[in-house]
Design a protein around this ligand. Structure first.
Ligand SMILES: NC(=O)c1ccc[n+]([C@@H]2O[C@H](COP(=O)([O-])OP(=O)(O)OC[C@H]3O[C@@H](n4cnc5c(N)ncnc54)[C@H](OP(=O)(O)O)[C@@H]3O)[C@@H](O)[C@H]2O)c1
Length: 248
């Protein structure tokens, strides 16, 4: 399927996987609508990709109405990519504010945006919804209780929607990566760059461009082919807690 001229809404486009995906989709001729909070980053990316953008927090109650005012709600594709992990310690000593934030961004905002766009896709006879899940939606690991819970929720939501919309020319898909080197770990460790670097020490992580390439592959399949889910990890990773590291 060609992505030429397809209207795609992509959240979390200001860094990492979202940024790489915007560049990859632009190369395929998609018409891009980018969302994230950092306006400077979005503006620079929009210049490179001829994209429209909305610099806004997707958890704001007026996010969907602002989106509708600016671009309408009719899109050929929705990519729920914005997401984050906060903290890596035991749940007993974690901050409730961190849990709330992960639930708001990874779960509630993605659900709400899908709720706004899905009826329009059905009205126009089809579309694609692709959610950025994670191997944390398949496994659990100590120190990741809430992040894993949010990705399990997104996994279940995606699977249920896929069944519910079967026969409506709607492809509901998800990609579940393991370790990808982006700003993800820096956000998780709240700006501690040394701790973030340690995550990838002695191993070769996936890059945002690797994930972007796989997403383009999923979207470009012929219309009758839906890759429900793609699970991908670095060759050096076997599970969230099994990572082969060379001595550094
Ligand atoms: N990196 C990994 O190892 C990995 C593995 C599996 C799955 N994932 C998932 O992949 C997705 C992308 O992560 P990444 O690795 O690319 O991390 P990243 O580089 O930190 O990118 C996260 C993106 O989400 C946006 N975002 C966060 N909160 C937002 C909010 N409230 N409103 C709007 N945008 C918001 C950020 O933009 P602003 O800060 O500008 O708002 C940024 O563009 C996430 O859903 C993550 O859970 C990542």
């Amino acid at each position: 399927m060609t992505l030429l001229g397809k209207k795609i809404l992509l959240t979390g486009a200001s860094s990492g996987i979202g940024e790489a995906l915007a560049l990859a989709l632009f190369d395929k001729g998609a018409s891009l609508f980018l969302v994230a909070r950092r306006a400077d980053r979005l503006q620079a990316l929009a210049q490179k990709t001829s994209a429209n953008y909305l610099a806004m927090d997707i958890t704001q109650p007026d996010f969907v109405s602002e989106l509708e005012k600016k671009f309408g709600l009719h899109f050929d594709g929705l990519i729920n990519n914005a997401g984050l992990a906060l903290g890596r310690g035991p749940y007993s000593t974690s901050l409730l504010s961190d849990s709330e934030r992960m639930l708001q961004v990874n779960v509630e905002a993605a659900f709400r945006l899908t709720h706004a766009l899905l009826p329009k896709m059905l009205e126009q006879g089809g579309g694609d919804i692709l959610n950025l899940c994670s191997i944390a939606g398949h496994w659990t690991y100590p120190g990741g209780a809430i992040y894993c819970a949010t990705k399990h929720a997104l996994w279940a939501f995606t699977k249920a929607l896929r069944e519910e919309t079967c026969g409506k020319n709607l492809r509901v898909m998800q990609i579940s990566p393991g370790m990808v080197e982006s700003e993800f770990s820096e956000v998780r460790f709240k700006g501690d760059k040394d701790k973030a670097r340690e995550v990838y020490q002695g191993m070769t992580p996936l890059s945002p461009a690797d994930i972007a390439r796989m997403i383009v592959f999923m979207l470009e399949q012929p219309r009758h082919v839906c890759i429900d889910e793609l699970i991908t990890m670095p060759t050096d990773q076997g599970s969230p807690t099994t990572v082969a590291r060379r001595n550094t």
